[in-house]
Design a binder for this molecule. Sequence first.
Ligand SMILES: [Fe+2]
Length: 276
Amino acid sequence: MDISRTAEIMGAEVRGLCPSMFYTSEVAAELNQALLDHQKLCLKDQELTPDEYAVLGQVFGAPKPQLVKKLHLEGIPEISVISNCNDLKNGKPYVSANYWHTDGSYFAVPAKATMLYGKALPADGGDTQFINTYAVLDAMPADLRARIDGVRAVHVYVSRRGKSLVQNRSNDEEDKTPPVVHPLIRTHPETGRQSLYINPNRIDHIEGMSLEDGDSLLDELYEFAFQEKFQHRHQWTLGDIIVWDNRCTMHRASNDFDVTQRREFHRILLEGTVPV
Ligand SMILES: [Fe+2]
């Protein structure tokens, strides 16, 4: 197995990984350390059955069953199908998740990492883009950082500030995710490093601040965090499985492609811990 950094800001490529190695503890340790070091891995040239993919999920942690039932793969609740053709809005396929976010922050215990296995890709475009949120916090002006120290944000499934379309859910599914509060600066439980923990798609407001003051703080934070210099772009090739750490990154889907072409992934979310 060969692991090599592919971009300065974040990300590494893993070559030579095959299913027989998924059961080896040395391989698991090496992959998990690489994820901590590079924040996003691309496992190249994978040809896995859904069962093998589910086993690969266990190499990185504990796969979470997908909450929205209609998105499950039959018989494998931890694999969900993410596709621009899953749902139609106004009779047309659409790309969800095209605004910056980190997965599952509307849960009290958000997913630590996400895996996407490319199953169908558009001819052009449809990249997955990332932001390194360690780098954002490291570069933040001291006065802005001081203003968010100890401050918490309220995350909800449908935010008044969200800019992506989200899946419709049943009342039962809604009831499982009441609003939750997370700190704007979190400490990574494994690396000990601090990062900016924001989810522009799901943060509704800042705890204890007027909406006006909170919105202006969030606008300022987002403008700083979204700078090109913190970004990385994954251009998909069939056979790619990407894994990223939600505790120190944000991501979004590029909707710069012909949405009548299918863009489809099998996704696994891995259990995390409460952000602190
Ligand atoms: Fe996402």
